[in-house]
Design a protein around this ligand. Structure first.
Ligand code: NAG
Length: 191
């Protein structure tokens, strides 16, 4: 019994040190871990794509080309990842009643997105102290607008379809593609 309690305390301590001693040099490693988990959760929460929803298939035109920052611009990759994750979080905060997905998986998924965004935020701040803030980065302006437009299309689609099961399934599939792209961006964060 005592051993079990001690073990529990150790685990709690281990977990908190992990959060508070975030090393921004290892950011890509932590981001990759959570992103992989998010992709798995997205698959688990609803299982297979329902066949009756196949005719909902749409092209939302993810602005892939515009969002590929050059190799040297790690900060840009961080900003883009952060925006994508925040937008996905926002989409999954909409009316999920008809989606019939596993609640606990949805919550874990959202927690992961939140955690990832926080990590990025922290590492962006520590890096930006001696540089111009990214908000003034003109190179990012157009790609970010395209990204916002893409997510607006997603939001409009869900609304137009009244958050139906098939609309949600289509978006779950689409968000999986987004996270795969995030995966590519995370690779650019490596030294
Ligand atoms: C969500 O949608 C369901 C029906 O699909 C509706 O009954 C419910 O009121 C909606 N909830 C909100 C908060 O809009």
């Amino acid at each position: 019994m005592t051993t079990m309690c001690l073990l529990h305390i150790c685990l709690v301590l281990l977990f908190s040190t992990e959060i508070y001693s975030l090393d921004c040099n290892l950011l890509h490693f932590q981001q990759n871990k959570v992103n992989t988990e998010s992709l798995e959760l997205l698959n688990k929460m609803g299982g297979q794509f329902p066949l009756q929803c196949l005719n909902e298939n749409r092209n939302f035109e993810f602005p892939q080309k515009a969002l590929r920052p050059r190799e040297s611009q790690k900060e840009n990759a961080k900003v883009v990842i952060q925006e994508i994750l925040q937008q996905i979080f926002y989409i999954f905060s909409k009316n999920l009643t008809q989606a019939a997905w596993d609640r606990s998986f949805i919550e874990l998924f959202q927690n992961g997105l939140h955690q990832q965004t926080e990590q990025l935020e922290k590492c962006l701040h520590s890096e930006m102290e001696n540089k111009t803030p990214y908000l003034g980065n003109e190179k990012l302006l157009s790609p970010m607008l395209k990204l916002k437009k893409y997510f607006k299309k997603i939001g409009d689609f869900l609304k137009e379809k009244q958050y139906s099961l098939c609309a949600w399934e289509t978006i779950r599939l689409e968000m999986g593609r987004c996270l795969l792209f995030v995966d590519q961006l995370i690779k650019r964060l490596q030294n």
